[in-house]
Design a protein around this ligand. Structure first.
Ligand SMILES: [Zn+2]
Ligand SMILES: [Zn+2]
Length: 185
């Protein structure tokens, strides 16, 4: 067997003659150091992944909480109004219905002009009943604003902190709205 060419130890960087092509450290001490470093790196990587997962989960959680607060505000704002799409004042559940959907226009998900009280049947079973939503929305906010909603928008990249701020903002707005309505009544 041909002797192997000298190579550089991965740890101490000195040259050595390896006994096999797999040997990467010059001696036992360096081999142990190398194994320990590798183990630490692996652990670091796992911790970093855990952190990433946590923040991703946290962001999704924050987005949901922000949307919940925003939607509650919309329902309270439109309390006395009928469903934006079918114009009925019926008993039953009401939602906050987006004119431009969150899926298609995520940048309008917290736009007050884009969201109005809507009955559950229109929201859940008629995909927002958009054909009837539009003329009633024009009646409510004017054609210019509806066309603005339909126009192009800059993308919005929300962070978990943004979502938290939006949630607090709409919780506060809801509180103000509720204290106003009790003062009037
Ligand atoms: Zn070495
Ligand atoms: Zn309806």
């Amino acid at each position: 067997m041909k002797p192997l060419k000298p190579k550089k130890c991965r740890v101490c960087k000195f040259e050595f003659i390896p006994k096999s092509s797999l040997q990467i450290a010059c001696n036992m001490a360096c081999a142990i150091t190398y194994a320990q470093k590798k183990q630490a790196k692996k652990k670091d990587k796992a911790i970093k992944q855990q952190k990433r997962d946590f923040y991703a989960n946290d962001k999704a959680f924050r987005a949901k909480a922000a949307q919940k607060a925003f939607n509650a505000f919309i329902r309270a704002r439109d309390k006395g109004q009928p469903c934006i799409s079918c114009q009925r004042h019926h008993n039953g559940q009401y939602h906050a219905g987006h004119f431009k959907t969150i899926g298609a226009n995520p940048e309008l998900r917290f736009e007050e002009l884009n969201c109005h009280k809507q009955c559950a049947p229109c929201n859940n079973h008629l995909s927002g009943n958009i054909a009837n939503y539009r003329p009633n929305l024009i009646e409510k906010i004017g054609l210019e604003k509806v066309e603005w909603l339909e126009g192009p928008h800059e993308a919005n990249r929300y962070t978990a902190q943004d979502y938290k701020a939006i949630e607090l903002h709409y919780k506060q707005k809801l509180k103000e709205l509720e204290s106003e309505s009790t003062r009037v009544a």
